[in-house]
Design a protein around this ligand. Structure first.
Ligand SMILES: Cc1ncc(C[n+]2csc(CCOP(=O)(O)OP(=O)(O)O)c2C)c(N)n1
Ligand SMILES: [Mg+2]
Length: 377
């Protein structure tokens, strides 16, 4: 270790890391980080970003109509969410926060299964035991959505560590917000992954807010990326509204994991353009002029501008895509609303292989009738 440097230098702060950006305002790509996506790849990404936004709008409407109880959306964060998932390999696993349903759909979660979860009906893979928007889908490598802030971080690390022990080349991508960096799971997960060189991509969606807490109140550091080096993990800042930059940086993080170099912390700088969820009103805590500069950097608009410049997209294609999403969503909602709620006895399933006596007794009592007189009265 170096001898102690002079005191003022120890307090000298470094400049925050440069933000990786590929898509410039004029619609050209910076060759230094260009992930060189083909036309069909860019169109696939764009379609999923549009799908996410369209579904968000429709799900908020369903919540306002009282048909579903809750929705937590992705407005403004579509490039960070879809771009990061796109960069992962099919065999990898994704550990979501709660704002990333678009990535699950892109990975293969069927729209009907997603919508069944929004209604918590009998076809819901989690049998109505979770809030809406808390899907899980093994076939798509989509772990359970985590509501307790940060818990998915340690889960992702444990998962990939297990795969590493088994000699499998399986990485995980874990999504979390700026708020989750204050959780103990962030510390435990980062520390463990750094020590054991676990192939995890830590994707911090810095969207400016943790419900009503702004990033300035979340941390005293100037960036979230700079927390990485304290754990021996490189931290990269990326323009989270630039899908090319997100794909490029996350692909590089996957490559590092493949080469046995361990995890990477990616700070995707973006903005939550809506409320936290359907349960709050951001106008109560956010200055009205704060949204405008971010609306001007809308990730969908930026990508669409690029596509039009390449003459890969036009209004007619956009309208056809939206009509298709609308038709498929309506059909899925109609089917979900027709499905019954989960059967009452399912409450006692999925935990014990052989339920203990007291649960068996309770099951019998419950099935006798929910309003049956209590044996204690
Ligand atoms: C352990 C825990 N504490 C508090 C909450 C309530 N809560 C839900 S989301 C949230 C904010 C999370 O913010 P951030 O990590 O930035 O993610 P974002 O919602 O911005 O995507 C809080 C405090 C919770 N779900 N779990
Ligand atoms: Mg946040």
């Amino acid at each position: 270790m170096d001898p102690m440097p002079d005191i003022p230098a120890t307090f000298r702060s470094e400049q925050p890391a440069r933000v990786v950006r590929v898509l410039s305002d004029d619609g050209t790509l910076d060759p230094r980080h260009d992930p060189r996506l083909s036309e069909s790849e860019v169109l696939e990404i764009y379609r999923w970003m549009v799908t996410t936004r369209q579904l968000d709008e429709r799900l908020v409407a369903l919540q306002r109509q009282g048909r579903i109880g809750f929705h937590v959306g992705s407005l403004g964060e579509e490039a960070a969410i879809i771009g990061a998932a796109f960069a992962m390999r099919t065999r990898d696993w994704l550990f979501p926060c709660y704002r990333e349903f678009g990535a699950a759909l892109m990975r293969g979660l069927p729209l009907q299964t997603f919508v069944d979860n929004m209604f918590g009906n009998a076809n819901d893979t989690v049998r109505g035991r979770q809030m809406p928007n808390h899907s899980t889908h093994r076939a798509s490598g989509w772990a359970s959505v985590s509501s307790p802030v940060g818990t998915q971080i340690t889960q992702a690390v444990g998962f990939s560590w297990g795969a590493k022990i088994d000699g499998k080349d399986v990485a995980s991508l874990v999504y979390f917000g700026d708020g989750a960096t204050s959780s103990t799971d962030f510390h435990s997960g980062m520390n463990f992954a750094g020590v054991f060189k676990v192939p995890v991509v830590f994707l911090c969606r810095n969207n400016g807010w943790a419900i009503s807490v702004p990033v300035e109140r979340q941390t005293a550091t100037r960036t979230f990326a700079e927390k990485g080096p304290a754990y021996g993990i490189p931290g990269v800042r990326v323009d989270g509204n630039d899908v090319f930059a997100v794909v490029s940086v996350v692909r590089e993080a996957v490559r590092r994991g493949e080469q046995g170099l361990g995890p990477t912390l990616v700070e995707a700088i973006t903005y939550r353009m809506g409320g936290h969820s359907t349960s709050d009103d951001p106008n109560r805590y956010r200055a009205t002029d704060e949204l405008k500069p971010w609306a001007e950097r809308d990730p969908l608009e930026r990508l669409r501008h690029y596509l039009e410049r390449r003459v890969w997209w036009d209004d007619r294609k956009e309208q056809a895509l939206i009509a298709d999403i609308d038709q498929r969503f309506r059909a899925a909602v109609a089917a979900a609303e027709k499905a019954p709620p989960p059967a009452l006895e399912t409450l006692f399933e999925d935990v014990y292989e052989k339920p203990p006596w007291h649960l068996q007794e309770q099951r019998v009592e419950l099935l006798r009738g929910v309003r049956a007189p209590s044996s204690h009265s």
